[in-house]
Design a protein around this ligand. Structure first.
Ligand code: FAD
Length: 518
C-alpha cells in the first residue's frame, strides 16, 4: 500500500538552515548492509557530499553510500533492502551529480548510490544507418559528447549544461533548444537496463517491457535505477552560427519563436531569455559576440526596460562556411527584432554545447556556485503565455540580477506522450525557467533566499488565481493534493506502476511522492 505524505524524520527546510531529526537504525541493519558481497564497496563515512544537492537548501545525510562497480552490486543492495522490508526505514536514491534542487537525489538515513562509480559499460558507439551509443546510467553527457564527436556523430537532444548524468536527466526529461525538433532527451532513447525496486535487472525498450520503459523515462526515479541507456545519435556539425537579437514587444518575440519552431529547415536551436532592467546588456555581449551594427548597438539602452532575447543557432560544417551567412540572413529576414541588436558569433559545436560550464568555472572561482538555488521551472501552455508574461515580467519581477530567466516554446507533436513526463495539454507550450542564485550580502551576511522564494510563490499564486494550466518541470511539491493535481488523470497509472515496479516504495524518496510502507 502506498501512502502519500512526508517522509518521517525528514528535515523540511524552507531556507538554508538545517535541523535534522535522526532516525534510529539498529546496528543489525548496518551490519546487514556491510556484509553484502559487492564488487564495489559501501561506505558509512564521508556521507556529507551525498546529504545535499545543487539547490543547497536541504541537508539530509544518508546512512551509507554504495559505490557500485556492477549492475549486480545495485541489484544486491536493493534486494537486501527489500528483504529487510518493514524492519527498517531504509530507502534508496540513485545519485547522478546531485544537480537536483530540492533534495530529489537524497535518501535521509537511507542508501545513496553513487552512480558515477558504475563505469560499465564503457561508452560503446555503434555506427551505421541508425547510430547509437550504449552508456552507463552514471555517465556524464559531456563525456558522451567528447567520445561520439570522434566519429563525427553525437546525441541530438541536449540540456543547456552537460555535466549532468544520463540517469538524472532521463528521470526528468532533458530539455534544451533542440527539443522543438527532436523532443527532449527522453525521446531519444532506444533501450534501457533497469534495476527495479524489487531488485530485478530488466532490459526494456519500445518493444520489450515497454511499460517499464515508458514509466522510467521522465519517471522521477520512482520505478527503477537506470544502469545502462542506449541513446540515438545523428550527424554532428563542426561549427555553429550563434545569434542573439532583442525585442521590446513580447508578442513579436513569442510570435517569432513560434514561427521558428514550426518552420522546416530553419534554425537548429531556439531558446530565449528575459532581461529586466539590465545595464549595459549589449556591451556585455561584446566579449563573445560581434554586433552587426556596431554604432546602433552602442546607442541602444537596455536599462529600465524589459527586453526579450531570442537566441538561435544554425549548425554547419566547415565546407559550408560560405553559404551560412546567406541562409541565416534569409531566416532572419522573416523576424521582427530590433535591428540594431543583432549579435552573432561562430564557434565549434562542442564549445556551444558546453557553454554553461564556462560560467560554472567563473562562479566556482568566486565561491558563487555552491550557494542556494531557489530555481523554478514551469511549463506554460501557449494560450496563457501572453497573460503570464505580462504579469510576471512587468509586475512580479523588478529585475533579474539574481540569475537568468529562460523562455522558449516547444512543439509537443515531436514529444512522445507515453513517457511519465507531465506537460500542459496543448500543441505548443513554453518552458519558463527562473534560475536565480541566493548570494549572501558581504556586508550584512544575510541572503536574499527568502525574498526569491516569496517571488516564486507569487508567480505560482498568479498561475493558480488565473487558472493557468501550468505544470512544473523538475517538480517539487509538499503535499499529496499537489502531486495528484500535477499528474491529473495520469495519477492512477503512475501509482499503479509504482506498485508494480517498486511495491515497497523504497526508490527516490527525495521527491516525497510515496512513502515507504512500514
Ligand atoms: P541527480 O540530481 O543526481 O538526480 C536527479 C533525480 O534522478 C533523483 O531523483 C535521482 O534519484 C534520480 N536519478 C539519478 N540517477 C538515476 C539513475 N541512474 N536511475 C534512476 N534515477 C536516477 N535540465 C534540463 O532539462 N535542461 C537544462 O537545460 C538543464 N540545465 C541545468 C543546468 C544546471 C546548471 C543544473 C544544475 C541543472 C540543469 N538541469 C537542466 C536540471 C537537470 O536535468 C537535473 O538537475 C537532473 O536532476 C540531472 O542532474 P543529475 O544528473 O545530477 O541528477
Amino acid at each position: 500500500i502506498l501512502v502519500l505524505s512526508c517522509i518521517p524524520g525528514r528535515t523540511n527546510l524552507c531556507s538554508n538552515h538545517s535541523v535534522t531529526t535522526p532516525i534510529d537504525l539498529s546496528p543489525d541493519i548496518r551490519s546487514s548492509l556491510d556484509s553484502l558481497d559487492l564488487e564495489g564497496y559501501i561506505s558509512f563515512n564521508d556521507v556529507h557530499n551525498a546529504s545535499k544537492d545543487f539547490g543547497n537548501r536541504y541537508q539530509l545525510p544518508p546512512l551509507a553510500i554504495l559505490h557500485p562497480r556492477s549492475v549486480s552490486d545495485i541489484s544486491t543492495m536493493v534486494r537486501r533492502i527489500v528483504h529487510l522490508g518493514s524492519t527498517s526505514n531504509l530507502t534508496v536514491a540513485a545519485r547522478g551529480h546531485g544537480h537536483s534542487l530540492q533534495g530529489q537525489a537524497l535518501a535521509h538515513q537511507g542508501v545513496v548510490i553513487n552512480m558515477e562509480s558504475l563505469r560499465s559499460p564503457d561508452i560503446k558507439i555503434h555506427k551505421g544507418k541508425q547510430p547509437y551509443v550504449d552508456v552507463s546510467g552514471g555517465e556524464s553527457w559531456i563525456n558522451i559528447l567528447r567520445e561520439t564527436l570522434k566519429y563525427g556523430i553525437s546525441p541530438k537532444s541536449w540540456t543547456d549544461y552537460l555535466h549532468l548524468t544520463v540517469g538524472g536527466t532521463l528521470s526528468n526529461a532533458g530539455i534544451s533548444g533542440q527539443a522543438f525538433k527532436y523532443g527532449p532527451q527522453i525521446n531519444n532513447v532506444c533501450q534501457l537496463e533497469i534495476v527495479t525496486g524489487k531488485g530485478e535487472v530488466m532490459t526494456c525498450s519500445e518493444k520489450q517491457n515497454s511499460e517499464l520503459f515508458y514509466s522510467v523515462l521522465g519517471g522521477l526515479g520512482q520505478f527503477g535505477i537506470i544502469t545502462r541507456a542506449r541513446i540515438a545519435l545523428g550527424p554532428a556539425p563542426h561549427m555553429v552560427k550563434w545569434i542573439r537579437v532583442l525585442y521590446s514587444d513580447f508578442s513579436a518575440f513569442s510570435r517569432d519563436q513560434e514561427h521558428l519552431i514550426t518552420k522546416k529547415n530553419g534554425f537548429d536551436y531556439v531558446e530565449g531569455f528575459v532581461t529586466v532592467n539590465r545595464t549595459d546588456l549589449l556591451d556585455n555581449w561584446r566579449s563573445s559576440f560581434s554586433p552587426n551594427d556596431s554604432i546602433g548597438a552602442s546607442q541602444f539602452k537596455s536599462e529600465g526596460k524589459t527586453l526579450y532575447c531570442l537566441e538561435i543557432v544554425k549548425y554547419f560544417n566547415t565546407e559550408e562556411v560560405n553559404s551560412v551567412p546567406q541562409e541565416t540572413e534569409k531566416l532572419l529576414s522573416e523576424l521582427s527584432y530590433i535591428p540594431s541588436t543583432l549579435f552573432s558569433s561562430e564557434v565549434p559545436y562542442i564549445e556551444f554545447l558546453d557553454r554553461v560550464h564556462i560560467a560554472e568555472i567563473k562562479l566556482r572561482a568566486k565561491g558563487l556556485w555552491e550557494v542556494p538555488h531557489p530555481w523554478l521551472n514551469l511549463l506554460i501552455p501557449k494560450s496563457s503565455i501572453f497573460e503570464f508574461a505580462t504579469e510576471v515580467f512587468n509586475n512580479i519581477l523588478t529585475s533579474n540580477n539574481n540569475g537568468p530567466i529562460l523562455i522558449y516554446p516547444v512543439n509537443q507533436s515531436k514529444w512522445n506522450k507515453h513517457t511519465s513526463l507531465i506537460t500542459p495539454d496543448e500543441d505548443i507550450f513554453y518552458l519558463v525557467a527562473f534560475l536565480p542564485s541566493a548570494v549572501p550580502n558581504p556586508n550584512s551576511g544575510t541572503s536574499n533566499l527568502e525574498y526569491l522564494l516569496r517571488q516564486n510563490q507569487r508567480v505560482l499564486n498568479f498561475c493558480s488565481a488565473t487558472n493557468i494550466n501550468v505544470k512544473q518541470y523538475l517538480p517539487h511539491y509538499e503535499t499529496q493534493r499537489e502531486w495528484r493535481s500535477h499528474f491529473g488523470n495520469r495519477w492512477e497509472t503512475f501509482a499503479k506502476r509504482k506498485h508494480t515496479y517498486d511495491p515497497l516504495a523504497i526508490l527516490a524518496p527525495g521527491h516525497r511522492i510515496f512513502q515507504k510502507a512500514t
